[in-house]
Design a protein around this ligand. Structure first.
Ligand code: SF4
Length: 368
C-alpha cells in the first residue's frame, strides 16, 4: 500500500490502526503533497522508529517514471511503470502541456488561420495542464483510440492516479494548474479510485486544487457520471460526443448502445450547473465521417436544444497506428467552429499537442 492511496481522513485511521496517534497523519501530509519525500527517512517530523515501521508496511511513490519524451511543440509524455500491475504489458501515461507552449503554426502564412489559432490558444495562456490516466488501457473500445485498442490491462489505485499529479513537483517544480482525466481509461469504470483521487487533490490538507481546475471526461457512462457530479458538483464534466447521430456514434463508441444521443441530451439538461458553468462536449473531427454535412447538421440540431449549458471542443483526429480514420482538413474544422459559434455555442478547437511524441488525444498506447 502507498500512503498516496489514502485520503487525509483515511491516513488518520491508518495511523490509529497501527497503534499510533492520529495527529501523525498531519505530520506526514506535508511530505506527501507540499514537499514530496522520496524516502521515509526524509519525513523528519516523525520519530526514527515510526519511519522504519512505515517503511516496512507501506510505501511512498506507487509508480516509477521510466521515460519522459518531449514533443516538438513542448508537450511532454511521461511513461510510468505500475508496480501493482507488474507483468501486465503497457506503461501508464500522462501528458504535461506547459503554458509556454510554442505555437508550431505561428509561421502560418494565412493570417485568418493564424488569428483563429491564436484565439483558440489564448484560452490556455499562462496555465500548465496535466492530462492523467485513470486505468491502464481501457475497455470502452472507442474505435479511434489507441488506449481502447490496448484493452484493459488493469485498474489504477487511488495513489497511482494521484501520484501522476504529485510527480510534477519533482519534474517541473510545480503542480499543474489544471488536471484533465482524459488520458488512458474511462474514469467512470474506476469510479471509487477516481472519486478518492479527486477528494485528495481538492483536500485542503492535500494539494488543495480548486475543483474548477479538474475536468473529468467520460465516454458517456451517464449514470455514474451523474453520481460523480452529485458528489463533486464543482468538478467540471466533459462528455465525448464525437458524432451527432446514434448510427455513427455507435460505430465509433460502443457505450452509445447504452447511452445514446437522446440520453446525453437529457443528462445535460437534468444536472444542476452553477451559474456560468458548462458541460464540455468533446467532438473528434474525423475526415469523411464526423465532419460531413449530415453530422454537422445533426450536431447543430442537438446543440440548439442545449442552449448555453455546453461548450464544444473540436478535436481534429490524430492519426493512430493501425486505425483507418483520417485527419480532417483544417479549413473544414474552422468552418465547423464558425457554424457552431453562429448558434451561440462556445466552440474551441483543441490544438494537437504532443503529436510527435504520440502524446496527443487518442494516441496513448502504453508503449515506450
Ligand atoms: S476514448 Fe477514452 S473511453 Fe474511449 S477507448 Fe479511449 S480512453 Fe477509453
Amino acid at each position: 500500500m502507498s500512503l498516496y492511496d489514502l485520503t487525509p481522513s483515511e491516513l488518520e485511521s491508518f495511523f490509529v490502526s497501527i497503534g499510533e496517534k492520529n495527529y501523525r497523519a498531519k505530520q506526514v501530509l506535508d511530505f506527501l503533497y507540499r514537499h514530496p519525500a522520496k524516502t521515509f527517512d526524509e519525513i523528519t517530523t516523525l520519530p526514527v522508529e515510526l519511519r522504519e515501521k512505515l517503511g516496512k508496511i507501506s510505501r511512498l511513490a506507487p509508480i516509477r517514471l521510466r521515460l519522459k519524451v518531449e514533443s516538438s511543440d513542448g508537450a511532454v509524455k511521461h511513461a510510468y511503470e505500475v508496480e501493482s500491475l507488474a507483468g501486465k504489458s503497457g506503461f501508464l501515461e500522462s501528458v504535461w502541456m506547459p503554458s509556454e507552449y510554442v505555437d508550431m503554426d505561428s509561421v502560418e502564412e494565412n493570417r485568418n488561420v493564424k488569428q483563429i489559432d491564436d484565439e483558440n490558444e489564448h484560452r490556455h495562456a499562462g496555465r500548465n495542464t496535466l492530462c492523467i490516466s485513470s486505468q491502464l488501457g481501457c475497455s470502452a473500445g472507442c474505435a479511434f483510440c489507441a488506449s481502447g485498442a490496448m484493452g484493459l490491462k488493469g485498474q489504477l489505485s487511488t495513489g497511482e492516479i494521484v501520484y501522476q499529479v504529485i510527480d510534477c513537483i519533482e519534474l517541473y517544480e510545480k503542480l499543474p494548474d489544471t488536471v484533465l482525466f482524459m488520458g488512458m481509461g474511462e474514469p467512470m469504470h474506476n469510479f471509487d479510485s477516481v472519486c478518492a483521487a479527486v477528494e485528495i487533490l481538492t483536500h485542503k490538507d492535500g494539494p488543495a486544487m480548486s475543483p474548477r481546475r479538474i475536468v473529468v471526461s467520460s465516454a458517456g457512462e451517464l449514470e455514474r457520471l451523474g453520481a460523480f457530479h452529485k458528489r463533486f458538483p464543482r468538478v467540471r464534466l466533459a462528455i465525448s460526443l464525437n458524432a451527432a447521430t446514434d448510427a455513427v456514434r455507435s460505430r465509433l463508441m460502443p457505450v452509445n448502445d447504452r447511452y445514446g444521443i437522446k440520453a446525453i441530451e437529457s443528462f445535460i439538461k437534468s444536472i444542476d450547473l452553477a451559474r456560468g458553468e458548462k458541460v464540455t462536449l468533446e467532438y473528434v473531427v474525423i475526415k469523411g465521417l464526423t465532419d460531413v454535412p449530415s453530422q454537422i447538421n445533426a450536431l447543430e440540431t442537438f446543440l440548439v436544444t442545449l442552449g448555453n449549458r455546453v461548450t464544444v471542443n473540436l478535436i481534429p483526429y490524430n492519426e493512430v497506428e493501425n486505425k483507418k480514420f483520417g485527419t480532417p482538413n483544417r479549413e473544414r474544422v474552422y468552418d465547423i467552429q464558425r457554424k457552431l459559434r453562429q448558434l451561440g455555442v462556445n466552440t474551441f478547437i483543441r490544438r494537437n499537442r504532443g503529436t510527435s511524441a504520440s502524446a496527443a488525444c487518442g494516441q496513448l498506447s502504453g508503449k515506450l
